[in-house]
Design a protein around this ligand. Structure first.
Ligand SMILES: Cc1cc2nc3c(=O)[nH]c(=O)nc-3n(C[C@H](O)[C@H](O)[C@H](O)COP(=O)(O)OP(=O)(O)OC[C@H]3O[C@@H](n4cnc5c(N)ncnc54)[C@H](O)[C@@H]3O)c2cc1C
Length: 385
């Protein structure tokens, strides 16, 4: 694959370079050969998760005392970016690593951390986060799932949908109302260890237009009893604040996924137009192709600088929610635009599933929707004006 020489991230050091090489070889040698099968079966093999755990690719941010390598978001950024860069699009590990685990790191008690983090690092537990419901997506205050206190337990009832890792996950952070009359202030988060409860059921592995190797699913909770110690945070009613605090990292993560895919799309396209001929010339010799690629490389460069700036700010604690929303909305819009133009340069072959650009076209689309739609991102940005 052609190298594009996009600007190197200023926050990357030698350790991150080594991790990058390890990721690339893991994705290329362990995941890529089976990727078509993962798409057909609608999920990755569980075994891949265990191998990733052995390789140190799960729970990079977990401190050593809880079984992790004691890294930072920079490590998760590398693991995430390289996944889409290498075409490993539907693997739910970035969500497990940089969305699920941080809830335990930030809001877990000492006991909860000791109990859960080592299992999340080794892949004994695969994580998911269940916010969305059939009638509550953008408007999370409309969540209907309840968690009623009953002595030493909570009883959870409700339905979730569109949950990434939904078929494989056995550690699910569930957004539920502990006081349905109190709006956002009545929302709490629970960590549900699904192997240890009754009344939990997985619904369909949903039939999507892309992202097919991920087991995005419906989940059902019918009188699921969890111990009071499943609550995240010192008291009920913290869930909404916890979600708002963590969503910027989720949004930055999606921007990084988009950036990885942009780089891959361009590299694939440059290689293709150098190979393919029409009218006695290579496709790259047409001025239209050169102008398109020149524009796209420029846009990719601007995007890379911006996303790396956001990562650097996140690492020093100064990334504000509006800027994270800008990264999410702008990079995911840009990736759909660039991938569409790259597909056009492939001609009819770009529409054939055997060409990587076709799958990128399908996989990229969801990123304008999940993690908060791009319209919601613009609302958040506009509120700062
Ligand atoms: C593949 C996939 C994976 C996902 N993974 C997860 C997951 O792991 N966990 C999870 O909890 N959820 C997950 N989701 C759900 C995702 O976060 C929601 O789909 C998303 O937040 C949008 O919610 P919705 O689908 O209910 O759309 P709606 O909220 O119904 O929105 C419909 C349209 O209305 C627009 N809209 C809504 N409100 C406003 C407003 N105030 N102003 C302007 N426009 C507005 C939206 O932007 C959108 O265009 C996933 C979704 C998909 C497709």
């Amino acid at each position: 694959m052609d190298q594009l020489d996009l600007p190197r991230a200023s926050w990357m050091n030698e350790e991150h370079d080594m991790l990058e090489r390890a990721c690339r070889s893991f994705y290329e040698q362990v995941c890529a050969p089976h990727y078509e099968r993962f798409e057909e079966q609608g999920c990755f093999d569980r075994d891949i998760w265990s191998k990733a755990g052995e390789m140190g690719l799960l729970g990079a941010e977990v401190p050593e005392e809880f079984g992790g390598p004691g890294g930072s978001f920079a490590h998760d950024a590398v693991i995430t970016y390289q996944a889409t860069r290498m075409g490993i699009d539907g693997w739910g590990a970035p969500l497990h690593n940089a969305i699920v685990i941080p809830y335990i790191l930030h809001y877990g008690s000492e006991d909860q951390k000791r109990n859960w983090l080592p299992k999340l690092v080794s892949a004994q537990y695969i994580g998911a986060i269940a916010m969305s419901e059939p009638a509550a997506g953008s408007d999370l205050q409309g969540v209907k799932t309840t968690a009623r206190k009953d002595g030493n337990q909570y009883v959870i009832n409700g339905q979730k949908t569109f949950i990434t890792n939904g078929q494989l996950a056995n550690f699910i952070i569930v957004v539920a109302k502990t006081d349905p009359s109190a709006g956002a202030k009545g929302t709490s988060l629970f960590a549900v260890e699904t192997d240890q409860v009754e009344g939990f059921r997985r619904g369909r592995n949903l039939d999507k237009i892309g992202f097919k190797s991920n087991d995005t699913s419906e989940l059902f909770f019918d009188d699921v009893k969890v111990p009071a110690s499943a609550l995240l945070g010192p008291e009920e009613g913290q869930g909404f604040v916890q979600l708002m605090e963590q969503l910027p990292q989720e949004r930055l993560l999606i921007a990084l996924q988009a950036m990885g895919r942009i780089e891959r799309a361009l590299a694939e396209t440059v290689a293709y137009v150098k190979e393919r001929s029409a009218f006695g010339k290579k496709i790259i010799e047409f001025q239209n192709t050169q102008f398109e690629l020149a524009e796209m490389k420029t846009e990719a460069t601007v995007a890379k600088v911006f996303v790396d700036h956001c990562v650097a700010r996140h690492l020093n604690g100064s990334l504000d929610p509006a800027t994270a929303s800008m990264a999410k909305y702008w990079l995911t819009d840009l990736q759909c635009n660039l991938i569409d133009r790259c597909l056009q340069l492939h001609g009819g072959y770009g529409y054939m599933n055997e060409y990587p650009i076709a799958r990128m076209y399908r996989d990229a689309r969801v990123e304008r929707i999940y993690g908060g739609t791009n319209e919601i991102m613009k609302l958040l940005i506009a509120r700062t004006l």
